[in-house]
Design a protein around this ligand. Sequence first.
Ligand code: KIV
Ligand code: NA
Length: 298
Amino acid sequence: RKKRTILDLQALKRKKVPITVLTAHDYPSARFIEAAAAPVPGADGAPASLPRGIDICLVGDSLAMVACGYESTNQLSLDEMLYHCRSVARGCTTSLLLADLPFGTYAASVEDGVRAAVRLVQEGRMDAVKIEGGQEVLPLVRHLTSAGIPVMGHVGLTPQRQASLSGYRVQGKTVESATQVYRDALALQDAGAFGVVIEAVPSALAQWITDRLAIPTIGIGAGMHTSGQVLVQLDMLGVDSDLGASGKGPRFLRKFGDVGPHARDAVRAYVDAVRGGEFPVEGQHTYPMSDETFQAFC
Ligand code: KIV
Ligand code: NA
């Protein structure tokens, strides 16, 4: 498959083909995304007319929590983000590579934001950057797009501001808040953003905004009428089996796998096999030495 371009994304929006976005945080998770782009011999469920695989591979700063165990995304440094980006870029070559500008890397000045974005492209090998916020990030968005770094906006619930927002709360539920989300999305488009993530807003609002924007909208917790969807890979794989089941975790999450229990079972089975003397098996997991050499050695 050829690498996805911004032009491809625009065509998908125009044809109303949902855009697929999924996060990756390391080499194996990037390889899972890459593998989805390959045809499945004999068993491809998707109609041949639809594009295969993930259109945008997002190195989201949610990796701070799901892959690094931090309390919030705001504890992730730019250097840590770059380390993850480089691993992802080695594993995924046909999706558009997008990375979050980490918290604090663009707050002090436009210059800071430009330098951080350039590092994500140059050292992290990313194609584009995502920036949370509205009016306050427009100068940076203009600067980056004119410098040739494509920018995806992110409005609605912006997790880097969870403290100011008093937690991870649904946005756009009042006229004032809905107007704010719409104005931010529109302003980001006018500033040159190639798309905008809309997180945790009522689906009617996300649809209303999508109908009025020329650029694609990518929803998470924003219903089915955005131009595309995004989920966090470790969440949708079901790595944390507490998520979703017991009402923990966001309402919008759907688990497409059950990796957590499988991984824990495998670790326990390994322990049992070693303790029980069932692993390794002579002749199967072992390297032979000729009797001749062994005699000579002892
Ligand atoms: O960090 C992230 O994974 C994100 C997506 C959920 C949009 O920003
Ligand atoms: Na993010």
